[in-house]
Write a protein that binds this ligand. Structure first.
Ligand SMILES: C[S@@+](CC[C@H](N)C(=O)[O-])C[C@H]1O[C@@H](n2cnc3c(N)ncnc32)[C@H](O)[C@@H]1O
Length: 297
């Protein structure tokens, strides 16, 4: 009789032998193997250790074999195989319409963006620009319960997933979705908080990424030139769109070095991210306006 423990060992070994890349919501081949086993057995992630010695259901074995082959051979990320992803403790629907949720911005939002969001009350109007499946905006809506949130993306497919996630979280009364090019549709001085994880991979870098990334929409990853193009536009647009006390949290990952080179006089504040990750900056509306007025943006 095969137990969950023996199956887990086999799947983990298969993933390690295939040298899968774990950068899409799971930290290790072990974690991915656990997720695949539970998914194939129709079990939720909150199982305790005693499951390890329970018999692995034979009827789940065929599904598991198919999924392990998809993971190892076509290198499809586990979140796409399972159709779901977790971020900040929240569950999201996840498929090839949008990037797999993994931004460290979620952890900052869970801490109410402290100390960067310093007002007594939470932000009234929040825009998640480049929202993909809408995960960061939805986490923000859960944390800031009195906010009105807009999820915006240029890609209609991504937006349809964002709408599905809004429905999943029963937030349609407070969270709206619209199609738009960055912040171009936003009225001046109308937003308290902008959350942005735009595409920031350069065309050259894209060539070197592991095969798992090819399953994600190219439009979600690649930004022209050195990867800074969309982030640079956002800096300009946010300076206008934010209310005077507003804040933008912008992720550019390792492209932070290209941003530093592009804007050598801008004192970007790159945040410490104890949960991992890099290249996330917080910037206040007044700073953006000052940099713009000084001609250094
Ligand atoms: C890196 S993904 C981020 C998705 C989501 N925010 C997350 O963290 O999982 C970037 C998103 O930006 C969108 N995008 C690309 N160019 C855009 C543009 N000019 N205006 C608005 N959205 C754009 C892509 O469709 C994609 O969904």
């Amino acid at each position: 009789m095969e137990t969950f423990r023996t199956k887990l060992g086999q799947v983990e070994r298969a993933l390690l032998d295939a040298e899968v890349f774990c950068g899409h919501g799971y930290l290790s081949a072990h974690d991915e193997a656990v997720a695949l086993l539970l998914g194939a057995s129709g079990l939720s992630p909150d199982q305790d250790q005693s499951l390890l010695d329970a018999p692995f259901p034979p009827e789940a074995a065929t599904q598991l074999d198919i999924w392990v082959a998809e993971r190892c051979v076509s290198r499809k990320p586990t979140a796409y195989i399972l159709g779901e992803a977790y971020l900040g403790g929240y569950r999201f629907l996840c498929d090839e319409r949008a990037l797999i949720p993994r931004s460290p911005i979620a952890h900052l939002i869970l801490e109410e963006l402290s100390p960067w969001w310093s007002a007594d009350c939470g932000p009234g109007t929040i825009v998640e620009v480049c929202c993909g499946g809408g995960n960061l905006g939805i986490v923000a809506a859960q944390v800031f319960q009195h906010s009105r949130v807009w999820l915006a993306d240029l890609d209609a497919s991504a937006l349809s997933l964002a709408r599905d996630n809004v429905a999943l979280h029963k937030l349609a009364g407070r969270v709206g979705c619209y199609r738009g090019d960055l912040l171009s549709a936003i009225a001046p001085e109308s937003v308290d908080l902008i959350i942005a994880n735009p595409p920031y991979v350069s065309v050259a870098e894209m060539e070197d990424l592991p095969p798992e990334y090819r399953h994600e929409p190219a439009m979600a990853l690649v930004s022209e030139e050195d990867g800074t193009q969309l982030a640079r536009q956002l800096l300009q647009q946010a300076a206008t769109a934010l209310r005077p006390d507003g804040l933008m949290v912008l992720e550019v990952g390792e492209t932070m070095w290209e941003m530093e080179a592009r804007f050598p006089k801008v004192p970007f504040l790159w945040l410490d991210l104890p949960q991992g990750g890099s290249g996330i900056a917080a910037m206040r509306a007044q700073e953006l306006r000052d940099w713009s007025a000084a001609g250094i943006l």
